[in-house]
Design a protein. Sequence first.
Length: 434
Amino acid sequence: MANLKYIAMITLGCSKNTVDSEVLAARFARHGAHVEFSYTPQAEVVIINTCGFIGDAKQESIETILQYLELKKEGKLSKVIVMGCLIQRYADEMKAELPEVDGFFGVTDFDVMLKSLMLPQQKYNVEHRLLSTPSHYAYLKISEGCDRRCSFCAIPLIRGANASRTMESLEKEALQLAAKGVKEINIIAQDTTSYGFDIYGKRMLAPLLERLAEKNIFEWIRLHYTFPAGFPKEVMDVIAAYPSICNYIDIPLQHISERILRSMKRGMYEQGTRNLLDTLRSRIPGVAIRTAFIVGYPGETRSEFKELLEFIREQRFERAGVFTYSPEEGTAAHKHHDSVSEKTKQARMAELMELQQSISYEINQKRIGERLKVLIDRVEGEYFIGRTEFDSPEVDNEVLIPYNTSMRLGEFYEILISEATEFDLLGQVVTNKP
């Protein structure tokens, strides 16, 4: 362990990668290493947890690897180790192209990595993590992999089939996180709504949410990465029944065109999507829906794109993101001709986001005069930056409050909203007991 006293863990991609990095960091820490989740000059070793989901993510991963290899060349690092999704798919190609890298490891190769670094093997469990997030919120990964076969998605090829964790393991981890001071838990997986089927023979997301809420150990429990087809209605009822479960659902819809949804193999089409959204809003009053769309899917016509725009204009989603289609080897869509030009993809993405920006502005304007419960994440310049229950960390809207020495990070405050922009609210503290 002499050469591994100070490790910089660089995590790219989604929050599921974040959890993997935190679990691995805990294992290094048990061997006496000091682990940081960003690079500092003291670092002797850099471990890069890569993303290989779409083309842009692959490019970012490669550029990051090259950046740290340059530091190694300059003598500022002893080792550069690369792991994660990109390596899981392209290990042979990466080894051939980047022989300067000191080790390549896939998404589940933690033991192999430690052995290659001549570290003694040790018993561990996934509940042991070093948090890379602010101490007041964390992610809880309830399963690995995915049984869906969406035509554009390489995740099942990278992560394998759905493999749920037991409710007992998740409860144990939740209790440990709460003991560390975590106040907001974000439920994640590749497909959270399928949780438990492989273990219990039925979907168990609703009982899991209920079990966590009844512990009364978190102020906020937030649900991510739900799948629209077969969305369990009992989950809606649990969200509505427990105040600690945020009125927030992350549910990527991807498109609304009947033809495209069928080609994507989503298992739910236009009318089913509309019915689901109506049910969500009726069963969970005041719910904020975050969704995501893909533009430029093979064969997407201007008419089909306009259909998507009209759908977004009609539904007025509180939060929405957009990706341009990226052809991925091994997926069903890869055999289709990528007929939409990159220029057209970018133009459609910009047009969709301009529409969503105007919707977000109108929704936020209606928040002026409201008193909202806000969790404070950080300080930037002259402002405390926080979030409401309708906003997930790092991806959603934020609330800006003028700096006040009596406020503290990681605490909840009641904020009177006085101004609003497209993606931010501004306000003043009313009380710290909302």
